[in-house]
Design a protein around this ligand. Sequence first.
Ligand SMILES: Nc1ncnc2c1ncn2[C@@H]1O[C@H](COP(=O)(O)OP(=O)(O)O)[C@@H](O)[C@H]1O
Ligand SMILES: [Mg+2]
Length: 364
Amino acid sequence: MPDLRYERVRKVFRARNAEVVALNDVSFVIFEGELFCLLGPSGCGKTTLLRCTAGLERLDGGRIYYGEMDFTAIPPFRRNIGMVFQNYALYPHMSVYENVAYPLRIRKLPRKEIDRRVREIMELVGLPGVLRRNPSELSGGQQQRVALARALVYQPKLLLLDEPLANLDAKLKVYMRTEIRRIQKQARVTTLYVTHDQQEAMAIADRLGVMESGVVRQIGTPDEIYDDPSNEFVAGFIGEMNFFPAKIVSLNGNELVVEVGSARKCKSIRARAEPRGERVTVALRPEHLRISPPTSGEGAFRGRIQVIQFLGKFVRYQVAISGSEALVEVDMPDAVPGLHEGAEAVLDFDSQDMLVFSEGERIA
Ligand SMILES: Nc1ncnc2c1ncn2[C@@H]1O[C@H](COP(=O)(O)OP(=O)(O)O)[C@@H](O)[C@H]1O
Ligand SMILES: [Mg+2]
């Protein structure tokens, strides 16, 4: 069952003479209990969508539904939403206990019930022992747990998180994202989580939406988005990707043959895909390229190794090839004998692993 439904949501900001279309007909659903991540570069409209959901911005078009209810007709304070922002915004003059109790006090719950709920939620976020402290006496990670407790203590229908880990250091970030997922699943609260950090989104989301300039470019599970990006923007934004200019040689039935580097590669074209023109782009993940010494024969590309990095689980080769400014990245499970920095090498790949894009849209 969809819990939250966005239908052609539109938001335009007018600043001086310029118009910014922050949300351009955004449509998707979030299911009950789901942790949905909205991912995209800075300025693509993520915060605006959260603020529209919370009722802090008025829509210029479209609707947001909660179940059967038209959310847009409900004032913000009746929407029963919990929110957490990047800067924790705890009340500095109140104890942790009072911070978390605050939403219950304004809802006029009995004192005993408030006490029970505050203790229960602090248990859930894993911080039962700091109730009497002040926020300033807590670490960044602890403050973020308190902010989460305060957002969840009145059992909201929806939880909105805007870059909640942005102020934490790298190691704590990795730990806290697992914690947020655990807490979200235990609280069983439908959640919209906004971030520009693709690793973070991939690590915690049940499903995610990738945004670019006010438009949702793809929705899917982390797996689907990584393995099967539907356009060049998503392919480049998620994970590491090498892009090569290529040319369509032929299209017979659904057999597409492209010329990439000095090789011809064949792959089935997608249903309903229509190439526009003969120029296309071929994309390959570093783990889908192979590197070998030039003596081993032919490959799609020939180049010179600039850098070899031993990264533990794999070895990364960065290779300069002619006609491409960016270095090509190749990940191999082990170091390849006979290859060193400065050496010439040959790169190749299996045609099944290549992704083909025509004018930015995936065709094979
Ligand atoms: N109050 C505002 N007035 C004018 N422009 C705004 C306002 N809020 C956001 N914008 C613009 O809308 C676009 C989306 O912003 P935002 O939703 O904050 O992006 P994100 O959260 O993805 O970084 C940006 O171009 C931003 O400059
Ligand atoms: Mg933002």
